[in-house]
Design a protein. Structure first.
Length: 193
């Protein structure tokens, strides 16, 4: 039995010796500026472990050096190592900047605009052409003293009002009616020339 107890005691002593070799040096007590700086470096190292493992590893080495120097009484070296640990722990991880793809369709640098229309729009120019044709037909009615001159004149006035108000379909209908009323007179004028 004593032999068993002696073996256990020996095993415990060797295990304790092995644990003593892997245990880090004691942490300095808080309250002094250098000790607080070392504790801040330890916290920053722990935070950096989740964000940037490479920086956390470098900071961990500097933190352990700071603790060893502090325990040895070398305050200036401990402070320097703690500051280095803080710098390493707060270093940003390297990121690759992705290549941005343009969402704008690539076209030629030479951009041409459509030719500007003097009348405003195609429908307005078309309506003005019908009004001009109705005016010509009304002039033919007047020159031949046609009985349809008054009716054609009213239709032309209505077409001009529609053109000013932008109702181009109505302009076309009114102007065609005026031209049709003066068609016989227009044929006489055209036949004389």
């Amino acid at each position: 039995m004593t032999r068993l107890l002696l073996t256990l005691a020996l095993a415990g002593a060797t295990t304790a010796g092995a644990f003593a070799q892997t245990v880090p040096p004691p942490i300095p007590p808080p309250g002094r500026p250098t000790a607080n700086l070392i504790l801040d470096a330890m916290l920053a190292t722990a935070r950096a472990a989740s964000v940037n493992p490479g920086a956390a590893q470098s900071a961990s080495l500097d933190t352990s050096v700071a603790v060893q120097r502090y325990n040895a009484g070398d305050i200036n070296s401990a402070r320097f190592a703690a500051i280095q640990a803080l710098i390493e722990a707060n270093r940003l991880p390297q990121t690759t900047i992705p290549l941005l793809q343009s969402t704008i369709p690539q076209t030629s640098y030479l951009q041409t605009q459509p030719f500007p229309i003097a009348g405003g729009s195609v429908a307005a120019i078309d309506a003005n052409a019908f009004v001009a044709q109705a005016r010509g037909a009304l002039a033919a009615c007047r020159s031949r003293n046609s009985p349809n001159t008054a009716a054609a004149s009213q239709r032309l006035a209505a077409a001009e009002r529609d053109a000013k108000s932008g109702r181009y379909q109505d302009v076309r209908a009114e102007a065609r009616t005026a031209v049709d009323l003066c068609a016989a007179a227009q044929q006489d004028v055209n036949g004389q020339r």
